[in-house]
Design a protein around this ligand. Sequence first.
Ligand code: HEC
Ligand code: HEC
Length: 227
Amino acid sequence: MQLSFQQLRAQLLEVALSLAIVGVAHAAPSLPTGSRLYAPCVVCHQPNAWGSPDGAIPSLAGQQARYLEKQLAVFRSGARVDTAMQVVAAHQTFSNQHDIVSLASYLSGLDANPNPVEGTGEHLRVGQELYAHICAACHGADGRGERGNRVPRIAGQHYPYLRRQVELAANLHKDLAPPEMTSALRGMPPQEKDALADYISRLSNSATLLDSNRPDGAGISSRPISP
Ligand code: HEC
Ligand code: HEC
């Protein structure tokens, strides 16, 4: 039987991953549990958990712990679809709730990425207005999410990843996110989705946030010049 590229990649990954987890557990028993469990993730999410440099793989650092726990569970159950992550989450580590909690708590305690990949910056005013009207109620004006209700931090997430999630939330993952969110995104024109994702990717940059909150919107189309 001819394996598809995806099947092959999945199998290779599984082998590599099992070896990595076992290897790391033996080689470094003294490492704290969280960073030891994170070791097999480094290849994609990077050592500081800031995601891939091209912004396709999300940053996990500083994310709400309970949201992370839930994501590992839904990748494992198949409710959230992604080949790489479903293979990762199928590993036996993720049948152990204690390990999931340790890993999520480790990641949420890391410093968030200060330099995420951003969008073009062309329509930030539109993004800001949409965000304030539809999204801030749950994700917070600062985009940091909320622990109790497992609302994710989205501020400072990479633009390419956010843009894809905004699309997926309206279609593929529509049963995971609340209906208020998915219905708002479903009818939204692509340019508005671009603007929203761009604005959110810049939310953790406090200088941009302050500027964009000024009534005249001064400064929202340009990044602050660093000293
Ligand atoms: C082969 C590459 C790869 C590896 C290894 C990997 N990931 Fe991922 N991860 C991804 C990709 C790609 C996505 C984005 C999936 C999507 O678009 O829905 C992702 C998404 C995630 C998300 C969802 C983030 C969010 O904001 O919703 C979590 C949580 C996550 N990974 C945790 C982990 C952990 C923990 C490990 C290690 C045990 C790991 N990943 C290993 C590629 C990888
Ligand atoms: C009713 C509350 C609510 C509203 C309103 C809402 N969200 Fe969400 N959002 C959530 C929750 C809860 C999740 C986590 C869903 C899950 O567990 O998979 C989420 C997930 C997301 C994600 C995925 C994050 C990741 O790391 O993958 C993005 C992106 C997002 N929301 C963007 C938005 C945008 C943009 C808006 C405004 C158009 C919005 N949300 C409005 C509650 C909300």
